[in-house]
Design a protein around this ligand. Structure first.
Ligand code: GDP
Ligand code: MG
Length: 163
């Protein structure tokens, strides 16, 4: 069975930035952005020669708060159904939100391997504020800057160990 990694999280946390970065690691992109639906993009990536499919989720085109929550829940459920591993991204800029707590709860109940990533940690000074995410009751998170790529190596080392 192929390895499928889905990236989920609220809009604007940096999911697509990481997705694009993962695809750039590959010299020849195979099937990149062959979106099956309007709001999900699929691409191929590899880490140290281990290949996997990445799914970028998002594209929420909704305006009321209720539908917005529903749409995020739908995306998270699709990721749970489709993926073998899930990257749950939040960001230190906006901090922990109620929606993040809801997503975390859905993922925890799914029993799938979940990698919690705190994005927009662009420098050492954002490491301390990131500790607020421990209030989710999690043991570990990865800090990352999708913009620069720092931190992504440690995450990928651990993800491919699951495969
Ligand atoms: P998505 O909605 O979760 O897919 O988020 P995007 O990848 O579209 O990023 C949303 C915004 O955050 C864009 O303006 C990005 O340039 C910015 N962004 C993404 N990653 C980082 C990061 O690591 N650091 C900073 N400072 N900005 C970032
Ligand atoms: Mg996006």
């Amino acid at each position: 069975m192929s390895n499928i990694v889905a990236i989920v999280g609220r809009p604007n946390v940096g999911k697509s930035t990481l997705f694009n970065r993962l695809l750039e690691r590959r010299e020849a992109i195979v099937d990149a952005t062959a979106g099956v639906t309007r709001d999900r993009h699929y691409g191929k990536s590899d880490w140290n020669g281990i290949e996997f499919t990445v799914i970028d989720t998002g594209g929420y085109e909704v305006n009321t708060e209720d539908i917005f929550q529903e749409e995020i829940a739908r995306q998270v459920q699709l990721a749970i159904d489709e993926a073998t591993s899930i990257i749950f991204m939040m960001n230190v800029e906006e901090g922990l939100t109620d929606t993040d707590r809801e997503i975390n709860e859905m993922l925890r109940r799914s029993g799938k391997p979940v990698y919690i990533v705190i994005n927009k940690v662009d420098s050492a000074k954002e490491e301390l504020p990131a500790t607020e995410f421990y209030s989710l009751g999690i043991d570990k998170y990865y800090t990352m800057s999708s913009a620069t790529g720092s931190g992504s190596g440690e995450l990928l080392d651990d993800i491919v160990k699951d495969f």
